[in-house]
Design a protein around this ligand. Structure first.
Ligand code: FAD
Ligand code: FES
Length: 257
């Protein structure tokens, strides 16, 4: 893990309140694992805590990485005002990321993303396809106007879409989308809201390779403060994991949601 004042290559709003931020710098050389995140400093002295944002794309050729985030509170609104040519203080890459050493060419993967859980699944799908894995992507959005990166996902593999209001794809949530288009695959990966992850961890509890990416409120981001713990399924009362350091990627069966 390192820290760098990365250069802002570009920033644009790609859907209402959703921004694509491209950064360049030497730190990109450290980014080798999909599912990791950057801990981004808000350039305002009153807001000391960094904000965790997943790495949505890594491009070693251009030494750039892409973050996709939704404005929520002060920090992300501050990010949204940044302009190309400026600098951004980031720490990372942090977290374990997806360990893909087990995957083999010719296997199939279900890649499931809901809302603002979708960004890290893009780099994951890129990493899987580059290893010869066929990806089947299930993406859920609130409505058509909230969609982003669909052409990019479709370029990587078959993509099924749902919207809560039915304005595009299947009406409903991503759990229902999987019921509608069920597929057999050697591995399952998911990121999204807690309800979605709970439903998926029930569904895939017996699957040998089923992983999700968890969110938690974070302070240090490096495993020191224990501010981001979740209970271990093996012993929920006594055993915890730190989302920032032991995760954010976990086997679905190892965490009590
Ligand atoms: C590992 C990880 C990866 C993430 N990746 C993305 C991403 O790719 N795109 C994206 O839009 N969002 C992502 N988030 C959520 C993002 O970190 C929060 O939306 C953001 O921190 C909100 O900050 P704020 O100042 O705008 O909001 P505020 O509400 O003002 O934040 C207040 C405090 O709460 C924390 N906080 C608020 N919401 C969350 C949350 N959902 N998760 C964790 N901490 C939160 C902030 O860090 C801050 O300390 C991720 C969160 C985690 C834990
Ligand atoms: S945020 Fe400090 S231990 Fe995870």
């Amino acid at each position: 893990m390192k820290q760098e004042n990365m250069t802002i290559v570009s920033q644009k709003e790609i859907a209402p309140r959703i921004y694509e931020l491209i950064l360049s710098g030497k730190l990109v050389q450290e980014m080798k694992t999909p599912g990791q995140f950057l801990h981004v400093k808000v350039g305002d002295e009153a807001h000391v805590l960094r904000r965790p944002i997943s790495i949505a794309k890594i491009d070693q050729n251009s030494q750039t990485c892409t973050l996709i985030y939704r404005t929520e509170g002060f920090g992300t609104k501050w990010f949204a005002a940044l302009k190309a040519g400026g600098k951004l203080d980031v720490m990372g890459p942090l977290g374990n990321g997806y360990d893909l050493r087990f995957v083999k060419t010719g296997q199939k993967a279900l890649v499931i993303g809901g809302g603002i859980g979708i960004p890290p699944m893009y780099e994951l799908s890129r990493a899987l396809t580059s290893r010869g894995v066929e990806v089947f992507q299930y993406l859920g959005f609130a409505s058509k106007q909230d969609q982003f990166y669909l052409p990019e996902f479709r370029a990587l593999g078959e993509t099924y879409v749902s919207t809560d209001d039915g304005s595009d794809g299947m009406k409903g949530h991503v759990g229902q989308l999987i019921e509608k288009y069920p597929l057999e695959a050697e591995m399952v990966f998911a990121c999204g809201n807690l309800n979605m992850l709970k439903a998926l961890s029930d569904k895939f509890s017996e699957a040998p390779h089923a992983y999700f990416s968890l969110e938690a409120r974070m302070a240090c981001g490096v495993g020191a403060c224990y501010g981001c713990t979740v209970a271990a399924a093996s012993d929920p009362l006594h055993k915890n994991f730190r989302v920032c350091k032991d995760g954010p990627i976990f086997e679905m069966k190892e965490v009590e949601l």
